[in-house]
Design a protein around this ligand. Structure first.
Ligand SMILES: O=C(O)c1ccccc1NCC(=O)[C@H](O)[C@H](O)COP(=O)(O)O
Length: 609
C-alpha cells in the first residue's frame, strides 16, 4: 500500500497553494499556539481561491483545545480531520468525532509506553500520529525519534485497522531511511521548509520518495523473505558497524565528491554508451545499445563497488581489506584499490579458479595483493567466500571485507547495489539524451548479480522490461549448470537467504559454467525477490550460445566481451529479431574478455583457424 503523506504547518496562502499543488494526501494547519499558528477564517479564505484536490484531506492540529473551539474551527475551516496533539483522553476524541462528523487522529509522543497507550484509543481514533517527545514543545520541532520503534507502532495501528503517521524531523535526506521501516504514513513540517516558508522542491522530493512503490530492503535487510543477516554472533558487531558507517556516508556530499573524483579521474567514468549498429542490423529487429563497463579501469564493472567500499574502509579506519574472487575480476579490482589507497589486501580464490584465471592471479600479485589459494569443497567461488568469512571473523578489528557482489549478509546486497547503480543511472541519462526515450528492455548477465542490479535498479520504477541471464552451462537439464533461479531452492548461504543450487538433503551442489564469474551456487537476495514478485524476468543460456554471441560481438562490433557478459548477449541474439526496429535493448557490457582468451581459444580454437 502507498505511504500516506501529510504536509503540515501551512502558515500562509502561498504555503497552502504549494501544499495543494504538491498532491500530498493531507495538509495540516496548526490551531495551537506557536510560530505556525493560523486561524480558521484565513484557512477558509485560502480555500475560496483554491480548493484542495479531491481526496486531499485538510487536517487541523489542536493541543488540548476546548471542544467548542475545535467544532467551530472544523466548520469554518472546512476540516476533514481533527488531530488531537495534546493529552486528550479517548472520551474527548469520541465527543469531537460525534459532534463534528470529522475523523479524529490521536498524536502520541514516542516513549516506552506509547504503543500500550494506543490500545486505549482503539475504536475511537481513526488514525495516529507518532511524534518526537520534546520538552517545551508539542510538535513542529524538526527532531527525530528512534525509528527502530516504528514497526511496533505500525503493527499496533494495523491491528486496529487504522493508519499511523510517523512525524518528527523527517526531511529529504532521511526519508528513505524512514521508508525502509514501512510506515503507513509520514508527517512533515520543518523538513519541507526553507527560511520559514514551505519549499516546493523539498515537497516534490518527499512526494517522489513516497511515490516509489519499490522499497527494499526493509530495516532488517530483507527483500521480501530473502536476504537478512545469518552470521555468527562474532560478525554481528562488524555488520552493525558497517551499516552505521554506510548510513553516515550515503548522503554525505563529501564522500560523494571523493568517490566521484575517483570514478572520473582514476576509473574513467562515465563509461560510454555504444550503439551496436552492425550487430542490430545483423540480428534484425531491436536497436542494441551497449553500456561499456568493459572500458572501466581494470576492465569490468567491479571497480565501481571496489572503489566505493575501499573509501568506506578508509573512513572506518580499517587498514586491511580482504576479498573473494571467482573470475578474478573482483580480486583484481580489490588489489587495485588497495594499492591506490595504501591498504593491504588478501584475496581468497579457489584452486580451480586460480588455474582457469592464471593471468588475473598474476595481475593481483603484481598489484601487491596476497592471493590465498583455497582447496576446500569444489575449490571455486563458494569455497573462497567461506574462507574469506572465516578470516574476517578472526580479524574484524582491522579488516574490511570487500564483498564483490550483491550477496552476503545485510547491508552488503543493498550497499553493493547502490554503489553499482551508477551503471543504470548513467545509461538512463545517456540513452534519453541520445534517443529521447527509455529502453524497452534492459539485459544483464547474472552470477551473484551486481552488474545486473546496478543497471536494473534505476529502471525499477519504469515501464521497462528487465531480464537477467543465468549460466545454463551444458544445459539446465544436465547436472552441469549454474542456473540458480531456474533450478535452485530457498536456503541460506554466506549470510543471507536466497535461492541456491542444492541436493535433496540441502547440501550445496557444485555449479558449472564456462565462465568463472557465473558459477556461483547462490544469487543475490534482491534478485530472488525480483524474480518471485515478477518484476524481473530471468532466462538461462548455455556455454555454446554464449560463445556464439561472443563471436558475433567480436566480428560485428570489434569488441571482445567477457564470457560472463556474452551470456547477456546470447539472450539478445534470441530476443532482438522478434522485436520492432523502434524498440531499444540496452545491454550491460559488464566486462572485457582479455582474461578469457585462453578459455575461448580452448573452446573455439579449431573453428577459428
Ligand atoms: O508544527 C508545529 O509548529 C506544531 C505546533 C504545535 C503543535 C503541533 C505542531 N505540529 C504538529 C505536526 O503534526 C507536525 O507536522 C509534526 O510535529 C512534525 O513536525 P516536524 O518535526 O517539524 O517535521
Amino acid at each position: 500500500m502507498k505511504t500516506a503523506l501529510k504536509f503540515c504547518g501551512m502558515r500562509c496562502e502561498q504555503d497552502y497553494l504549494k501544499g495543494v499543488e504538491s498532491g500530498a494526501d493531507m495538509l495540516g494547519f496548526i490551531f495551537a499556539s506557536g510560530k505556525r499558528q493560523v486561524n480558521s477564517e484565513e484557512v477558509a479564505l485560502w480555500q475560496r481561491n483554491k480548493q484542495p484536490y479531491p481526496g486531499q484531506k485538510l487536517t487541523g492540529v489542536f493541543v488540548n483545545a476546548p471542544a467548542e473551539q475545535v467544532l467551530e474551527t472544523v466548520k469554518t475551516a472546512g476540516l476533514h480531520i481533527v488531530q488531537c496533539h495534546g493529552t486528550e483522553p479517548p472520551e474527548e476524541l469520541k465527543a469531537i468525532k460525534s459532534a463534528s462528523g470529522a475523523q479524529v487522529y490521536k498524536t502520541l509522543h514516542h516513549h516506552k509506553e506509547a504503543v500500550n497507550e494506543m490500545a486505549k484509543y482503539e475504536g475511537t481514533a481513526d488514525g495516529y500520529v507518532i511524534d518526537t517527545k520534546t520538552s517545551g514543545a508539542w510538535g513542529g520541532t524538526g527532531r527525530q525519534f528512534d525509528w527502530e520503534a516504528v514497526p511496533a507502532y505500525t503493527r499496533e495501528a494495523e491491528r486496529q485497522g487504522v493508519p499511523c503517521l510517523i512525524a518528527g524531523g523527517v526531511n529529504t535526506d532521511n526519508i528513505y531511511k524512514l521508508l525502509a521501516y514501512k510506515p503507513s504514513g509520514i508527517d512533515v513540517s520543518s523538513g519541507i521548509e526553507t527560511d520559514g516558508k514551505k519549499d516546493e522542491r523539498k515537497m516534490s522530493e518527499m512526494k517522489k520518495a513516497v511515490s516509489k512503490t519499490y522499497q527494499a530492503p526493509d530495516h532488517l535487510g530483507r527483500f521480501g523473505p530473502f536476504g537478512g543477516k545469518y552470521v555468527p554472533e562474532t560478525l554481528m558487531y562488524a555488520l552493525e558497524e558497517l551499516e552505521e558507517a554506510y548510513d553516515s556516508i550515503k548522503n554525505d556530499p563529501e564522500f560523494a565528491k571523493e568517490l566521484h573524483k575517483e570514478m572520473k579521474e582514476y576509473s574513467g567514468r562515465p563509461t560510454a554508451l555504444s550503439y551496436a549498429g552492425q550487430l542490430s542490423a545483423h540480428y534484425g529487429g531491436a536497436q542494441i545499445f551497449l553500456k561499456r563497463e568493459d572500458l572501466n579501469h581494470t576492465g569490468a564493472h567491479k571497480i565501481n563497488n571496489a572503489l566505493a567500499q575501499a573509501l568506506l574502509a578508509k573512513r572506518m579506519g580499517k587498514t586491511q581489506i580482504i576479498a573473494e574472487t571467482g573470475a578474478g575480476q573482483h580480486g583484481v579490482a580489490s588489489a587495485t584499490v588497495a594499492a591506490r589507497f595504501g591498504l593491504t589486501c588478501k584475496v581468497f580464490m579457489g584452486a580451480e579458479d586460480i588455474k582457469r584465471q592464471e593471468l588475473n592471479v598474476f595481475r593481483m600479485r603484481l598489484l601487491g595483493a596476497e592471493v590465498i589459494e583455497v582447496h576446500s569443497g569444489g575449490k571455486t567461488l563458494k569455497d573462497a567466500t567461506n574462507e574469506a568469512i572465516r578470516h574476517w571473523v578472526a580479524n574484524v578489528h582491522d579488516t574490511f571485507y570487500l564483498i564483490g557482489s550483491v550477496v552476503g549478509p545485510h547491508p552488503y546486497p543493498m550497499m553493493v547495489r547502490d554503489f553499482q547503480s551508477i551503471i543504470g543511472e548513467e545509461s538512463k541519462r545517456q540513452l534519453s539524451e541520445r534517443t529521447g526515450k527509455l529502453p524497452d528492455e534492459v539485459v544483464a548477465c547474472v552470477g551473484g548479480g551486481s552488474n545486473a542490479m546496478g543497471i536494473f535498479y534505476p529502471f525499477i520504477e519504469d515501464e521497462v522490461k528487465l531480464t537477467g541471464v543465468e549460466a545454463a552451462g551444458k544445459g539446465i537439464d544436465t547436472p552441469e549448470h549454474a542456473a540458480t533461479l531456474s533450478k535452485g531452492r530457498k536456503g541460506v548461504l554466506h549470510g543471507s537467504l536466497s535461492y541456491l543450487l542444492q541436493d535433496e538433503d540441502g547440501n550445496i551442489t557444485e555449479p558449472y559454467s564456462i565462465s568463472a564469474g557465473l558459477d556461483y551456487p547462490g544469487i543475490g537476495p534482491e534478485h530472488a525477490h525480483l524474480r518471485d514478485t515478477g518484476r524481473v524476468n530471468y532466462e538461462a543460456v548455455t556455454d555454446k550460445e554464449a560463445l556464439e554471441a561472443l563471436e558475433d560481438l567480436c566480428r560485428f562490433e570489434g569488441i571482445l566481451p567477457a564470457i560472463e557478459t556474452a551470456h547477456a548477449l546470447a539472450y539478445v541474439k534470441k530476443k532482438a529479431p522478434g522485436m520492432s526496429k523502434d524498440d531499444i535493448i540496452l545491454v550491460c557490457l559488464s566486462g572485457r574478455g582479455d582474461k578469457d582468451v585462453h578459455t575461448i581459444q580452448d573452446a573455439l580454437g579449431e573453428e577459428i583457424e
